[in-house]
Every structure is written in C-alpha cells, then in structure tokens.
Design a protein around this ligand. Structure first.
Ligand SMILES: [Zn+2]
Length: 548
C-alpha cells in the first residue's frame, strides 16, 4: 500500500506524458531472457530469434523499417543493418625477445607482456630489433594545447606509453584531475599510435591509473578479439597492441639509460618530448587467425513531420554472452536478463509510446545494437557507417542494465562528461523529484565503456542512462545491497535470469523521464552541444555548418 501511494504520487507529479507499463517490461525481459533465446549470442540461433522478435515488436509499435537500404531501391529499408565482425585469435606460440648490450631476454606472453591478436589485417606479426620510444601519456589534445609527440616520427617504432591522462597522479591539471578524459583510455592510446603509423603500442600497466590489476589486462588481451570489419584496418590498429608489467618497464628504462619515475614526472608537463630507450629493442613473432562473421543491428524509426533528416536516437544492446561454461548448478545459458534485456524492453516500450503519439518534428530512431559484450562493436559499426548522418543526429540516449526494482530518488549516467544533454536530463528529472547522482569513480573511465560512446567519440551528444541507487523504499542501503548482490551473484553469470517478483516500477517511472527528454529534443530546433572544454567539442563543431 505504502509503495503504491508513493508511485501514484510520482506519476501524477510527472503530468502529461504517456504511461509506461511495468507489466510489458517484465514480459519482454521474460521472453528475451528465456532459455529459448540461448543467451542472445551474436551469429547464433539465439540471434535469429532475438532479431525476429525485435522486428515483430517494432512493427507492432508502428515504426518504419530504418536499417540498410534494400538493394536497388532508393528509399526502401530493411529492419536491420548488417554488422560484419572480424574475429582474431593468436595461433601457436607468441615469441617475444628483448635485446640490450648484455644480450637477449625471452618474455612470456601473459606474464611479462599481454599481446593482443593483431587486428590490422596481418596474418603474421613478425619484426626484429624494433626500437622502443617512450611517448609519455601519448596525448595529442589541440583544445588543451597539449602534444606529447612534438613531431616525432613513430613509423617502424614501438611506442611505450603510460595509462590514464597526464594529471591523474597530481590530481589537478588540464585533464579533469582524477577524472579520466578519453585521452586516458587504452583504446585512445592504441588509436592514436595507429594514426601515427607506429609499429606498435606498449602500455605500461600500473594498477591505480588503469583502475584494474594485471589479471584483467592479461585476461582481456590474450583471448579471442573482435572488431568491426574496417575498410582500412591499419588506420585503427598498429601491428602490435600490448601491455607490459610495470617492474619490467622500469627495468627497461634503466637499461636504456633512463629513469622511469623522472620521465613520468616530465610527461606530466607540456615540455615532454619522446625519448628513445637507447640500445634496447624488441623482436616479436606470432601468427594470427582472422575470420569474419555477420551479425545485425535492428533499426526502426518514427519519421519526423517537418525535419525528417534530423534524428534523435534511443539505443540499447540486444546481445549477451550466449552459451558458455556451466556454473555450479550446470546452467550453461547466460540469459542476460538485467544485462541487457532490460535496456531492450525499455527501448520497445519507448517505441510503443512514440508509435502511439503524433509524429514529432524530427525523426526518432530506435536502434538495438549487437556485440556490445565483444567491445561495443554494433554501436561502433553504426557510428562508423551511420544509417542517418551523424552531423544531424541531435542526441543519443542509451540504456544498459537497468534496475528491475522499484523507483529511486535519483539516476545516473555511465561515467562523467559535460554536455547540454545531461543538463537537460537533470532539469527534466526535477519534474519527477529525481536528482542526478554523479559517477562516484570518474577515474575509472565508465563514460568510454558503453554503447553511447562510439557516437560521442565522433561528436554526437550522447549518454548512457543509469538507474538510481537511492530507492524510495529502503534508501541507499537497499539500492547498494541490490547492486552488490547483482555484481557478485549475477553479473555475466548464467544466473542473470528473469524473476517473477521483479516489479519493474522503477524502469516504468524512469521511461517517462527518458521519453520526455527525447520528445523535447525531437520537437525542438536546438542542437545541444558539449561543454567548451569537453574533448568531443572540436569534432562536433567541425560539422556545425550542417546544422542550422
Ligand atoms: Zn554485459
């Protein structure tokens, strides 16, 4: 009774938007997370069932197909976008050898270094005596007037680079202090060195700035790797992409006549210049098996009444881990109820609400992306090969692993970022008596680990919405307990299954907020942007002439 009256109050307060049905959310999660869908692994029978279900629901909601253009047709689209994915695996031993004045030293894959399968199209990585060059944090940030490279030519050389950004250790500076900018993320380091034509990138692992230990580095780099199929893979990946243990790196610097800590201090200033480790080189040799699979993003839209070429986006990933190793009970199906049947159920309910309402002025795209669990690849593919121009994409709201419980007094987004879209969400949330709870650990770089990010990186204002933890019933204690319980007992485990007792009333309430935000954007002529000092502002502003 107590919860019901609170809920009624919250709904009444929110006012005029559509009502979202907790029962629909529960039903959709139940279907998507059922054993029949086999954990929704890309390129499996589970994918076929999931994609068919999503198309059926989008159709019933009254959306238009918004995927790839059908062959030979100008305006007729399919419900899906093909997402070709490369699968890369190291075959046989990884040979790594260091050389210096004293002789040669064999390095162990996974122990001394963690080397990923090459994704630049090479079937074999094979080089001798490559020079090692320390490039500090490896950052080129024109908006911050910061350039670690100073014109140094990295071609044919291995770039040794620090993780996180230059002001992580000092806590104050031009890169948000403790909070991580994109320049701090390992993906940025790999991408920047590839753009500079380096032979390879070797990231020095340090636990605090990485925010995880060596075991994580080892596990996530020495297994099978996936990437979208790229027209020019060498522009995105150097031959060698690897991490090295800190103690070994410190020793290497010494052998090259350098002091690691002193150079690191220097790298925290604008005066830093690349330093070659004299007389130290690396030889590497390993074979790479590359295969291609094809998965699908599912896309439907409501076509805008006056500005159909301008797009507001909602997204969520449909994939999960599929069938894998059994848990203690012998269950092998990773159902992914919270992760991310909840986000897809939310996407479907939003689609139904938009389908029922009159079309807004701008178009609204509903995109269910694949292969998030393999590294945000469905969203990366969409962002690299967008169905609708990114320059005229107003904003994107992603949903991943929402809470199936009751409503909270707050909400969050993945990671920290400064953009108008977040300010608008915070303002809108006031109508629902909800406050914004910032990421308590901005140094971990969560902003770069969710499906909104491939769009953000290309300038599109984008966020991933997260459920609040200050529950109306039970407060922070109950919210935290439920989160911890999920992480320990269910996250990426076969036990992430639908439960009949989940009320879904929190999601239903939050969807009113997300609908309101998207609807406002879709009825407006405004183009929300990034904050002046946000790292994606320059990229967005470069296409400003296409937005009027
Ligand atoms: Zn996941």
């Amino acid at each position: 009774m107590f919860i019901c009256s609170l809920l009624a109050a919250a709904t009444a307060h929110a006012g005029n938007g559509p009502e979202f049905d907790a029962k629909h959310l529960s039903q959709d999660v139940k279907v998507l997370a059922s054993d029949e869908f086999e954990g929704r692994g890309p390129n499996t029978a589970g994918e076929n069932k999931t994609v068919a279900f999503l198309i059926e629901q989008f159709k019933a909601a009254g959306l238009q197909p918004a995927g790839d253009l059908l062959k030979g047709q100008k305006n007729v689209r399919s419900w899906t976008q093909d997402v070709p994915l490369g699968r890369f695996e190291i075959k046989g031993p990884v040979k790594l050898q260091l050389h210096d004045a004293k002789g040669n030293q064999e390095l162990k894959q996974g122990e001394d270094m963690a080397v990923r399968a090459a994704m630049n199209g090479s079937k074999k990585v094979d080089f001798r005596n490559a020079p090692l060059v320390f490039v500090g944090y490896g950052v080129n940030a024109p908006e911050r007037k910061w350039d670690d490279f100073k014109g140094f030519d990295l071609r044919g050389k291995l770039a040794v680079v620090l993780i996180n950004d230059p002001d992580f250790e000092t806590g104050v500076g031009d890169f948000g202090g403790k909070a991580m900018t994109y320049y701090g993320r390992w993906t940025y380091k790999y991408e920047e060195m590839a753009r500079r034509g380096a032979l390879g990138t070797i990231i020095v692992h340090e636990t605090a700035p990485a925010s995880y230990g060596w075991a994580t580095v080892k596990n996530s780099n020495t297994n099978v790797m996936y990437d979208i199929v790229r027209k020019q893979p060498a522009m995105a990946h150097a031959s060698m992409e690897a991490w090295i243990q800190r103690d070994l790196a410190v020793d290497l610097f010494k052998r090259g006549g350098q002091d690691f800590e002193a150079l690191k201090k220097l790298a925290q200033t604008r005066n830093f210049k690349p330093v070659q480790l004299q007389g130290v080189t690396l030889t590497a040799s390993y074979a790479v098996d590359a295969q291609t699979i094809v998965s699908k993003n599912v896309a439907g839209r409501v076509v805008g009444s006056t500005h159909p070429e301008q797009t507001v986006m909602y997204s969520a990933h449909w994939d999960h881990l599929g069938v894998g190793l059994p848990d203690a009970k012998g269950d092998k199906i990773y159902n992914g109820a919270v992760d991310n049947a909840t986000g897809i159920a939310a996407l479907l309910e939003l689609a139904r609400a938009y389908g029922k309402a009159p079309a807004p002025q701008r178009s609204v795209l509903f995109l269910a992306v694949t292969a998030e669990e393999k590294g945000l690849l469905g969203s990366e593919y969409y962002a690299a090969y967008p169905l609708y121009p990114l320059a005229e994409t107003v904003g994107a709201i992603n949903m991943d692993a929402l809470s199936p419980y009751g409503p909270a007094r707050n909400f969050t987004i993945s990671g920290s970022a400064k953009l108008d879209l977040l300010d608008q969400l915070i303002a809108k949330a006031k109508q629902y008596d909800m406050v914004y709870a910032p990421d308590p650990k901005p140094e971990a770089g969560h902003f770069f680990r969710s499906d909104h990010f491939p769009l953000a990186k290309r300038g599109v204002p984008a966020i991933s919405f997260g459920s609040g933890d200050d529950w109306i019933e039970g407060g922070l204690a109950a919210g935290h307990k439920s989160e911890e319980d999920y992480v320990v007992n269910n996250y990426h485990q076969p036990s992430d299954e639908w439960k009949a007792e989940w009320p879904f009333t929190g999601m239903a309430r939050d969807l009113g907020l997300l609908y309101g935000l998207g609807r406002d954007l879709a009825e407006s002529k405004d183009w929300p942007n990034w904050a002046q000092d946000a790292e994606f502002r320059i990229i967005r502003d470069a296409s400003a002439s296409k937005r009027r």
